[in-house]
Write a protein that binds this ligand. Sequence first.
Ligand code: GLA
Length: 701
Amino acid sequence: MAFIRCDGERVTLVFALEQGGAADCVYCGARLPGGEDLAELAAAAARGRHENQPDLPPAPGVLPEAKGGWSGTPAVILRRGGLRVETDLRVSGWQAAPDSLDITFTDEALALTLSLEWRIAAGDVVEAHAVLVNRGAPDLELERLAALALPVPRRFAELTTFAGRWAGEMRQHRRALAPDGFARTSASGKPGFGGGNWLILHDGASEEVLAAHLAFSGDGDTRIECDMQGSGDGRAVLQLAAEQPHALGRFPQGAAAQTPRAVFALAPDRSALAQNLHAYLRAEVLPGRKAWGPRKVHLNSWEALGFDLSESGLAVLAESAAALGVERFVLDDGWFGAKGRGRRNDRTSLGDWFVSPDVFPRGLAPLIARVHALGMDFGLWVEPEMVSPDSDLYRAHADWCLHIEGRERPTMRGQLALDLSREAVRDHLFARLDALLGEHAIAYLKWDHNRDLFPSAPGQAEGFYALLDRLRAAHPHVEIESCSSGGGRIDFGVLARCTRVWPSDNNDAIERLRIMHAWSQFLPLEVLGSHVGPSPNPITGRRLAMDFRAKVAVFGHMGVEANPARMTERERETLAAHIALYKAWRGVLHAGRLHRLAHPDPNVTALLVLDEGKALALAAQTAFSPVFDAAPLRLAGLDPEARYRVTLPEPWPNKARHYLANPEAWRAGLILSGTALMTQGLALPLTHPETAWLVALERTS
Ligand code: GLA
């Protein structure tokens, strides 16, 4: 038995490898001291045999197979003529580096080679993927190939999953892991709102967490199978696999299949976990992240004008946006379509990516010029993967959509989906988008995806990536947002190609606060679109003060999703003041370490971002507090010995401001130590519903 350790900054993985046998991950946790005896470490964790298990207990390890009596889901499922072929993949070699391990397994009888590649990346995030090669077995079909199989350390006894719906993304559910484990398979051709590709395991006795995610924009299968029977060694096995690409695909001699990446990360608590994942995304995933400029304030036309578009109306909207300090004007749905048959509602014209002569008789250029003259850049909405049955594209190529020959073609939002596994479809879309970007000064695309993919769409996610990659290569300066009716396609796969996601269509600040808090567990604020919506909110009907809406929106990539003309003068002033605050603080918010601040009132959500001695915190109360004097807000992540000047950036919330004990002292700034701020905290008036405060800190010594 060989023992190999891989180390990150604060984590260690230890593998036990038996040449001709199994491979296991026998330690996964805090970084071990140098010189730890790995054989003794494994011996200390090994289980004795008990009476009700196979004589040679199966060792699923990092490659569970249906052999030797293990009853869980195999990491590899192959079939021949519809019948399962049992694999017997054994360790045949490995390559180790201080932070990575590639293990090769072979099944001599079936002439299969499988490589598992694990690497500890930036932020101590572990990346894993698998490559399976058929070296000579005839007639195989590949049904499943997991990217990751991780034996779960026994201390992780609870699980948080994230399931939601349109306009209500990422609701958390925490529960015990055993005895049932967890299984979730998406079937809409994208991660969707089910959240099955995000999960967090919790140590029952401390705050330690382990998060796992499949970096893939198609369907995924996430499962944790508990070994309650003890037929193996008692550990649960977590597996992440892409669903579609291999589903019953032919796997002929010489074929190779590669999974997308799965990632997992360990951290002492949920703030540290967010920081690790953000560090990883910033360093290794987000395209060209180091060269990003400040995240510009957007105004998006959707909630302001809907389909009621005209050049003059948009110019007026652009003027009101510029007056608020907006830096990018985004023209949403409704701008395209053939003459007389354009996109005047959501039942038509997807696929006809030509500037509508009905809406823009002079083309888009005059509007873009006006936007530029106002000091903003210009962005455009597209939904390239879709087609309306009522479109010139569909009339010309009815066979380009996902469909089953001879069956009905059911629509969703009045639309069908194009089959992006077909090269001709991708070429056509590339040509159209390339022309649009070539002909107009477009700085940003909001790339939407508003229909589930049915019938099932093997190769769709890969086709989407190929199209996006080709377009990005041709137009490297265009920023692209991934939107899918809000947060229906958010994952680390799409984020390797985009600079921003649209976390939800729901801009109601109370809902949005919860949604942003959930997403920011995994994603840094600079990629999370965060817009001030109208009041009343069109989805929830709720009315919220501009001060509250704007403060919540500062904690993300800020924008406006409303018509300034329908705001009062006072609201516009408040919004403009918060846009200015966002500009002053985005350098910190978009580079710093995010802390999830605890507060005893469950209706208070609080975050703090700290970067090089400067920090901004948001504390938002959504309900009416049961106590008059809300508990102080205790900060986190500060240097205990350092001193900070603390101010409450104005404007202050209208009602709560009257309950501030020392307004003048807050204006001048209180000087407090990190210890005082983290131990005693700040007495903020957080009693009234829909009240938010920003807290600014600057290190003075
Ligand atoms: C989706 C998006 C919205 C908007 C509309 C336009 O619902 O999530 O933000 O762009 O499409 O049709």
